[in-house]
Design a protein around this ligand. Structure first.
Ligand SMILES: [Ca+2]
Length: 324
């Protein structure tokens, strides 16, 4: 597992100065009571406060309005704006966890939560275990010895059970070379694929190490790691390996690409957009914006403006925090 507690942050949403939770709570109460609901005020307040400040507002709101803010928001808002605001009112760990549960049906998609997590790894591992149980009708732990499950199940097991190496200050060039050669020999070089070798390297090595391994890999293989995955494996296994490699190489670019796809797909996949914007706005959305602009030649801000609408759009643009 990756520990990211020491990673620098690049948020677009930061704590507001001169914070007054009483005043914010009172303004929200007035906005909710206004005929037709004053959505703009709710958006202005809740998208421009940190998670901690939002929780303080919720506390004050309950005190003055004698009701739960989340319930009040549910009653006052609807559609994608409601989902976004309720997402903002959950703590990050709780939000990731509940969203992951909701995406059980889209299992390969889980990896982006799994890899994108910055908090509460234990909760997420618990959920992966549940997902596993629903999919394969047995416990992750009970499966290790048996050889009956497919490669995809084995990858899930490895990710849940393997302790990932901590990043080290010492670059081990020999190990990098050895791993790169092993990945090549287990895949492109041989007939069929030795998936177990791929799984063990990708589940166990630290992220900085893997980044160098994938670079080194190119000196052995005519195809880069992602091309090799596409040639060697298919289905859920292919998607999962690709997601892992993309996240290892550049997690912010990974999120930028998912945002772009989701917004450009027919009937904007609002759930994906909301999920990424809410869960990354206090983590690294600023960097995701930079990657987005580089990769797609348009800013995230412009793309949101073109592909979403109404109050939902206003809220997304506020979380986005500016144009590039
Ligand atoms: Ca092969």
């Amino acid at each position: 597992m990756m520990s990211q507690h020491l990673e620098p942050k690049f948020p677009t949403v930061v704590p507001v100065r001169d914070f007054d939770p009483d005043k914010d709570a009172a303004r929200i109460e007035t906005a909710i009571k206004t005929k037709g609901v004053d959505e703009q005020t709710v958006i202005d307040i809740l998208t421009r406060r940190s998670g901690e400040q939002r929780r303080e507002i919720a506390f004050e709101y309950e005190r003055i309005a004698k009701k739960d803010l989340t319930i009040a928001l549910k009653g006052a808002l609807s559609g994608p704006l409601e989902a976004l605001m309720l997402g903002l009112m959950k703590s990050t760990a709780h939000y990731d966890a509940s969203e992951l549960k909701a995406s059980i049906k889209l299992l390969p998609d889980c990896w982006f939560w799994f890899q994108g997590l910055g908090t509460d790894e234990e909760t997420l591992i618990e959920i992966i275990k549940k997902v596993y149980k629903e999919m394969f009708k047995k416990e992750v732990e009970k499966d290790v010895a048996g050889d009956t499950s497919g490669d995809f199940a084995k990858l899930l097991q490895a990710l849940v059970q393997t302790k990932r190496d901590e990043p080290s200050n010492v670059v081990d060039y020999e190990k990098i070379d050895e791993d790169a050669r092993s990945l090549y020999e287990a895949g492109v070089k041989r007939k069929g694929t030795d998936v177990a070798t791929w799984i063990s390297i990708m589940a166990q090595r630290s992220v900085p190490h893997l980044q160098k391994v994938f670079e080194r890999y190119k000196s052995y293989s005519p195809y880069d790691m992602k091309e090799s995955i596409r040639k060697e494996v298919k289905g859920d296994l292919e998607k999962s390996f690709l997601t892992l490699v993309e996240c290892f190489e550049n997690r912010q670019l990974y999120f930028a690409n998912r945002l772009n796809e989701a917004m450009k797909s027919k009937g904007a996949k609002e759930k994906v957009v909301t999920r990424i914007m809410v869960s990354r706005c206090e983590v690294d959305l600023m960097k995701i914006r930079t990657e987005f602009r580089k990769q797609h030649k348009r800013s995230l801000y412009q793309t949101i403006s073109e592909h979403t609408k109404g109050d939902y759009q206003k809220a997304l643009l506020s979380l986005c925090g500016g144009d590039d």
